[in-house]
Design a protein around this ligand. Structure first.
Ligand SMILES: C[S@@+](CC[C@H](N)C(=O)[O-])C[C@H]1O[C@@H](n2cnc3c(N)ncnc32)[C@H](O)[C@@H]1O
Length: 326
């Protein structure tokens, strides 16, 4: 992992917050939360002005950055020889995914961020100036809809966007990404609805000829029974002072739950199996819930008798490849 992207982002967001009166920032976050709880999709941008966007960036960007970075790391493990030579972030807003891509694969590379909210693009451009790999990025206005076409690129990211779109626009976005890119990574909130939108997108990517690289160990149907459960993961995020201001509480971190799919047109080496829940550590044994090839969900018990594997199981985390790669 390239730590400098994460650190530069944190510094840039900290400076942004320094320039915002605390009351104004808290009010803008409250308004955004209310908007996001309301009836989306909307037919006009939610991020309307600089206060909205600064609040969004300071409040949400660290979490979306960590979620996308986790998804990209799992993807990078499945395509170890590959580095994207170009990147388009659709519905990119203030550009969290561009920072995550540059934290995963050192840049620079041509980067384009597309969004319909001009204030988000403007602020994204401003904070990206702090990061050499991103200061040449293009920030362009574009509306996601039936007429969306994307220029050919190695990687398209779509993070926390599908939930703002009506079904026809979600389909148009995934189809445009599949037509333009060698690899597509989509991240959504780790909720039952977020997972349902991801499965819809995953099916479209597979129908367009893509293979799933992560998190699934296969490109067959997801074995989860719709409505019974949902596939999601967790990324730890340090809380900013704005977080503590808005949410209260004293924990220095929170866990961002997300669902994702990473797929490519080229050959991929998916995990042999993936840990799909937090491992349960009992006396002398670890219970691992695994998603395995052939559309199987299983629970494996690893005990002291398994020696090195037991040690590995004690270190295993939700979302990890199993068994661990040496
Ligand atoms: C929740 S934000 C996510 C931003 C960014 N991708 C991230 O992960 O932080 C959703 C973004 O999608 C954009 N968006 C929503 N509907 C859109 C549309 N129809 N056309 C273009 N952008 C859209 C919004 O303006 C916003 O920037």
């Amino acid at each position: 992992m390239n730590v400098s992207a994460a650190e530069s982002l944190r510094t840039a967001l900290g400076e942004l917050l320094d320039g915002l009166p605390p009351r104004q920032a808290t009010q803008a976050v409250d308004r955004l939360i209310a908007n996001y709880r309301g009836a989306t999709p909307t037919d006009a941008p939610i991020l309307r002005d600089r206060a909205d966007v600064a609040a969004y960036a300071a409040y949400r960007m660290p979490a979306t950055f960590e979620a996308v970075r986790s998804a990209l790391e799992a993807f990078a493990d499945a395509v170890p020889e590959w580095t994207p030579a170009s990147h388009v972030d659709v519905g990119g807003g203030t550009g969290a995914a561009t920072w995550a891509v540059s934290a995963t694969w050192e840049g620079p590379r041509p980067v384009t961020v597309l969004d319909w909210a001009e204030p988000a693009l403007a602020l994204g451009r401003e904070i990206a100036a702090a990061h050499p790999a991103l200061d040449g990025a293009r920030w362009q206005r574009a509306r996601i809809g039936a007429s969306l076409t994307l220029d050919p690129t190695d990687l398209v990211t779509v993070s926390y966007v599908l939930n703002e779109l009506a079904a026809p626009d979600r389909a148009a976005l995934v189809d445009a990404a599949a037509a333009a890119a060698q690899a597509v990574v989509i991240v959504e909130p780790g909720t039952p609805d977020g997972y349902a939108r991801l499965i819809e997108a995953r099916d479209r990517l597979i129908a367009a000829g893509f293979r799933v690289a992560a998190p699934c160990p296969h490109s067959a149907a997801c074995p989860i029974v719709p409505g019974a459960d949902w596939c999601h993961f967790s990324a730890r995020v340090s809380r900013s002072s704005l977080h503590r201001q808005v949410k209260g509480g004293s924990l220095p971190y929170e866990d961002e739950k997300f669902s994702y799919v990473a797929a490519a047109r080229f050959p991929v080496s998916p995990a042999p199996a993936r840990v799909v829940r937090r491992p349960q550590i009992r006396k002398g044994q670890v219970l691992l819930d695994l998603c395995e090839p052939e559309e199987r969900l299983t629970r494996t018990t690893v005990t002291k008798k398994h020696g090195e594997l037991y040690k590995a199981a004690r270190d295993a985390d939700w979302g990890d490849v199993w068994p661990p790669v040496p």
